[in-house]
Design a protein around this ligand. Structure first.
Ligand SMILES: [Ca+2]
Length: 201
């Protein structure tokens, strides 16, 4: 896995962006189409205070592969990189073994996996249906070195070219402000009131 991530990060300047649906809203990519690597690429101009913002999106991965020794599995990997290539962070990679959050990758910015908010969501209706599937709503932090930079947000589908296929998908990707503690408190107060009122009814 580690070797594969290093190769993947290094190949981005040559990656070909190809969307099968609509890369700006929802895109799904399937193995078996020929290329070893298929990339969803989205460009963002980040503000100077990028650490005050998060990337927010849904993603999922599904596969017919099974866990086998000595096999590099099909995978679906999210990476953020400045257009000058100086800063890179790997947010996650998913394969038949599950999701690795912020996998340590040489040459990239380390990220504490606990800083990635993730919540399971329903898998969309995609054909064909594969044996194993997982999907999440995710918010990821933006490291300081990305402030004021033009960046590429990549989702890469690696195809190991065996007979077992996979699909990776990603929703619209939004840049959202980090919630203020005050708004969290207000939201919590509103929820508390709502549940308290519901118990009285
Ligand atoms: Ca495969």
């Amino acid at each position: 896995m580690l070797c594969w991530l290093i190769c993947l990060v290094g190949v981005h300047f040559r990656a070909f962006s190809q969307s099968t649906i609509n890369s700006n809203v929802f895109a799904a990519y399937y193995t078996g189409a020929g290329p070893v690597l298929t990339t969803d690429q989205r460009v963002f101009d980040l503000p100077e205070n990028a650490t005050n913002f998060l990337f927010e999106f849904d993603f999922g991965f599904s596969t017919d592969e099974v866990v086998t020794n000595s096999v590099v599995f099909d995978s679906w990997t999210a990476t953020l990189q400045t257009t000058n290539g100086e800063s890179t962070v790997v947010y996650l990679t998913a394969d038949v073994t599950g999701v690795q959050w912020a996998p340590p990758t040489p040459g990239t910015i380390p990220l504490d996996p606990s800083l990635i908010f993730r919540q399971p969501v329903a898998f969309p209706s995609l054909e064909p249906v594969f044996a194993q599937r997982e999907s999440y709503h995710v918010s990821v932090p933006i490291p300081p070195s990305f402030s004021g930079q033009t960046v590429n947000f990549y989702f890469d589908l690696y195809d190991n070219l065996n007979s077992f296929n996979s699909v990776g998908w990603v929703s619209q990707i939004n840049v959202v402000a980090v919630p203020e503690p005050a708004s969290w408190s207000l939201g919590l107060a509103a929820l508390t009131f709502m549940f308290w009122k519901r118990r009285l009814l």
